[in-house]
Design a binder for this molecule. Structure first.
Ligand code: NAD
Ligand code: IPM
Ligand code: MN
Length: 360
């Protein structure tokens, strides 16, 4: 199979975890005689430094022309003083919006060997954990009107607007219903309908849409309760669907139940399964450049690319099985290290996954 892949390593640990992922990509290309035309491009802080903007035009064009995009992470303290539209994160938001990647799938799966790294009581995760957070990604408060106003006396005020059109809600909840219908037929919609008008529209819309999915059990929960319930008993949930900001927060929370944010991949998809694949974590400035980052979330994001955008399930399965085996054998990066396991660097973890794949 011939595919064009736009690769954005980005900032901080982004390039470190991407490097390991590209080695795996090259291995699968050779093993299964694919042709992956990889085009590396600049976005984020590194693009600001080299080209003066977070998302150069040619990067956006490369993304548009590609069959899929892999993104490490963007941002970092060096660029934190910049205004909203000049910041590294703007690159990510613009790619998502311009390419219509409205459906963000964030699977939180607890690998059997990772039970020790989960901070919850063992009894809560005896059966493991397999959650899917479906996050709306191109609307809501991230993309509503925002402004800072300076008064004559110099004092400032600022606002962000949480805006949803019912069509935006409908298309994301449809995806969530479809996913739920292939899993446990249970869907939790998370909102703040007791306070927010946009949440009330969200709830009305999903209730209407539920009529097309009579075999799915739909429930609703307010975001504050959902955040609490996720820690109290995560296994009460299966698929959760929510807006942009609530999904951002809930998925970081869910990631910790699986042991580390360094393990959680994501797919950001349009209606035709074209997508950008990115770990849910950021550029981790506190450990950047130290060869300490966990590359597994990025590697598992590539597996999601094979499955969702290329329909290459065999390749995706090999990656996922290799990651599971490496963890079973006790190999860990610093974020998931515990007694009686073997601590590896980022590079060594990438190598371990690669060696395991070679022997499969
Ligand atoms: P972060 O996810 O970068 O880091 C949070 C904590 O998790 C840190 O202690 C970090 O060391 C740890 N961590 C994250 N990924 C890890 C990994 N793979 N292995 C081991 N430990 C890992 O979040 P933050 O500190 O809030 O944000 C840092 C920067 O990243 C900010 O500029 C933020 O805007 C940006 N960010 C980018 C993305 C993205 O590009 N998709 C996502 C989130 C945050
Ligand atoms: C994520 C990140 C981004 C988001 C930021 C960096 C814009 O936190 O992908 O989860 O909030 O969507
Ligand atoms: Mn986030």
């Amino acid at each position: 199979m011939k595919k064009k892949i736009a690769v954005i390593p980005g900032d901080g640990i982004g390039p470190e975890v991407m490097k390991q992922t590209l080695r795996i990509l090259r291995f699968l290309e050779e093993k299964f005689r694919h042709e992956f035309e990889v085009e590396e491009c600049l976005a984020g802080g590194v693009a600001i430094d080299k080209e003066g903007v977070p998302l150069p035009d040619h990067t956006l064009k490369t993304c548009k022309d590609a069959d899929a995009i892999l993104l490490g992470a963007v941002g970092g303290p060096k660029w934190d003083h910049l205004e909203g539209t000049d910041r590294p994160e703007r690159a990510l938001l613009t790619i998502r919006k311009e390419l219509g990647f409205f459906a963000n799938l964030r699977p939180a799966t607890l690998f059997p060997a990772m039970k020790d790294a989960c901070p919850l009581k063992p009894s809560l995760i005896e059966k493991g954990l397999d959650l899917m957070v479906v996050r709306e990604l191109t609307g809501g408060i991230y993309f509503g009107e925002q402004k800072t106003i300076t008064e004559k006396n110099g004092k400032k005020s600022a606002y962000d607007t949480m805006f949803y059109h019912e069509d935006e809600i409908r298309r994301i909840v449809k995806i969530a219903f479809e996913i739920a219908s292939k899993r446990k037929r249970k869907l939790l919609s998370v909102d703040k309908a007791n306070v927010l008008e946009s949440s009330r529209l969200w709830r009305k819309t999903i209730i209407q849409e539920a009529k097309n999915y009579p075999d799915i059990c739909l429930e609703h929960m307010y975001i504050d309760n959902a955040a609490m319930q996720l820690i109290r008993d995560p296994n009460q949930f299966d698929v959760m669907v929510t807006g942009n900001m609530f999904g951002d927060i809930l998925s970081d929370e869910a990631s910790m139940i699986t042991g580390s944010i360094g393990l959680l991949p994501s797919a950001s998809l349009d209606a035709d399964q074209k997508g950008m694949y990115e770990p849910i974590h950021g550029s981790a400035p506190d450990i950047a450049g130290q060869n300490k980052a966990n590359p597994l979330a990025m590697i598992l994001s590539a597996a999601m690319m094979f499955k969702n955008s290329f329909d290459l399930t065999r390749e995706a399965d090999i990656i996922e099985s290799a990651v599971e085996k490496v963890l079973d054998e006790g190999y860990r990066t610093a974020d998931i290290y515990s007694e009686n396991t073997v601590m590896l660097t980022t590079e060594e973890m990438g190598q371990q996954v690669l060696d395991t794949m070679k022997n499969m």
